[in-house]
Design a protein around this ligand. Structure first.
Ligand code: GLU
Length: 479
């Protein structure tokens, strides 16, 4: 049997980390089994529809390296792939339910429904719409919502992640299938679409678990085989046991992308958030994920979101790209992340900077803060220098003379390269009797006025003789 999965996002704007994870697992399962991934845009909630959101979804998936076999852009035999263009299909299926007596038009006003709800609240009994069904429903026609006619009964089913589940009749109700505006509800549309599109494995957030008995009732009433149900546990906020929300500091996927998280790292991190293959491995390529993924190893409890881990993984991926694909490949990824003052620098020069700093980057946008001094002279900040924890102990006159000694020694260097700089700096340590932390901090701060820099000899090498000496001289005379 061909495995057919789907990702069915609603185009409501923001792409949450959890949304994307619901695309990654179906993608991995489809690719692992030479199956198909369908992208379906669930845009029937017109009030929440956001212009441009579909493009954002497509773009994000492409960025992550997730391609789909059917859906917007690529087309396919089961289209249209926008639910808003499938109204007739839902109406056809809705009519089948009307004909078999399992759906009815419900002209009850929202105010009346509120009254019923209040009545139940007052009596402290659960509100079930099926107890208030209109006695003589009219013919169904546009403008009147269509409801399912539930038959209270027990259900039991197997969820591939959550296990065997049983529910009682109290959870079944007359849910709305088609709204007043003629569009279907999610509850009805996804059942029709998954069936029509041949979906075999339905993976979605666990928030739909409690409605599942109502879905099972619809499958039954329509006599449809249902896909395997795979509920993905929530992603939890860093603290406590609540679902990760915007307030918990998690950014949207777009923001992470703009911050310079690599798609490889994002994919790796999200795939491993709530799934593992039972080994200690943490860094996975897409191909490795496709190979190792299994539904059985999706954990059934919430997975805790940990941004520090994401940043760590991103750092690992930055190094890996450098190690495996080289500086040119890594440089390509950094375009757009350099500081403003780097705009006139040559690619050659920026590659040099990158090659000495890449192993300190957590995100590509760290380049903005960490490299500005390579492109223009930093503002001299004598306070920063004299208050440095290693330099505090030294008198300003001593700092000045140390700088002068260093300048004269460095000026005599015949060839200004990393090796010669390294040995000259070591000789300076000996001749001045200073500790590396003291002497090197002094020179490092004087040329960069930045909190960190790569190894000093590499920094000086990239800055070049002229710039390095000019900066050191300027600081010596400013002390
Ligand atoms: N459109 C639903 C959502 O974005 C999809 C749920 C599902 O995958 O079935 O939450």
């Amino acid at each position: 049997m061909e495995i057919i999965t789907r990702f069915a996002p609603s185009p409501t704007g923001y792409i949450h980390i959890g949304n994307v994870r619901s695309a990654i697992y179906p993608y991995l399962l489809a690719r692992q089994n030479n199956g198909k991934l369908i992208l379906r845009i669930e845009d029937t909630d017109r009030a929440r529809y956001v212009e441009g959101a579909t493009e954002l979804i497509e773009d994000t998936l492409k960025w992550l390296g997730i391609d789909w076999d059917e859906g917007p852009i690529v087309g396919g035999p089961n289209g249209p792939y926008f639910q808003s263009e499938r109204k007739d299909i839902y109406h056809t299926w809705a009519r089948k339910l009307i004909e078999s007596g399992r759906a009815y038009a419900d002209p009850t006003s929202p105010e009346k429904i509120d009254e019923y709800r209040k009545e139940c609240n007052d009596k402290k009994i659960p509100f079930l719409y099926r107890n208030y069904r209109p006695e003589n429903p009219p013919e169904w026609q546009p403008g009147i919502p269509l409801r399912f006619k539930a038959e209270p009964k027990e259900y039991s089913w197997h969820d591939e992640v959550m296990g065997d589940i049983q529910t009682g009749p109290e959870v079944l109700d007359d849910i709305i299938l088609i709204k007043k505006d003629g569009y279907p509800t999610y509850n009805f549309a996804h059942i029709v679409d998954d069936y029509e599109m041949g979906v075999t494995h339905l993976m979605r957030g666990v928030e739909y678990l409690s409605s599942t008995p109502n879905y099972l009732a619809i499958y039954e009433a329509l006599n449809l085989d249902r896909p395997k149900i795979i509920s993905l546990p929530h992603i939890l906020a860093p603290n406590g046991n609540k679902k990760l929300g915007k307030r918990d500091g998690a950014k949207s996927v777009t923001e992470y992308r703009e911050d310079g998280i690599l798609p490889e790292a994002m994919l790796n991190y999200l795939a491993c958030l709530g799934w593992n293959d039972g080994t200690e491995q943490e860094i996975y390529t897409k191909e490795e994920l496709i190979k190792s993924f299994s539904i059985e190893r999706i954990q059934n409890s919430g997975a805790r979101y940990d941004e520090t881990k994401l940043l760590w993984m991103n750092g690992q991926w930055i190094r890996r790209i450098f190690d495996e694909q080289g500086i040119d490949a890594l440089y390509e990824r950094t375009l757009g992340f350099w500081p403003e003052n780097a705009k006139d620098a040559t690619d050659e020069y920026k590659k040099k900077v990158l090659s000495i700093i890449y192993d300190r980057l957590k995100t590509l946008s760290d380049l903005r803060e960490m490299t500005a001094y390579f492109f223009s002279d930093p503002k001299i900040d004598i306070d920063m220098l004299v208050n440095n924890k290693f330099l505090k102990k030294l008198a300003e006159s001593e700092l000045e003379s140390l700088l002068k000694t260093s300048i004269s020694k460095l000026s005599n260097l015949k060839t200004w390269d990393a090796d010669n700089l390294q040995s000259t700096l070591n000789e300076l340590l000996k001749s001045t009797g200073k500790k590396p932390a003291e002497l090197f901090s002094l020179i490092r701060i004087a040329v960069s006025f930045a909190p960190f820099s790569p190894a000093l000899h590499l920094t000086l090498d990239v800055l070049g003789r002229e710039v390095s000496l000019a900066r050191l001289n300027a600081v010596a005379s400013a002390i």
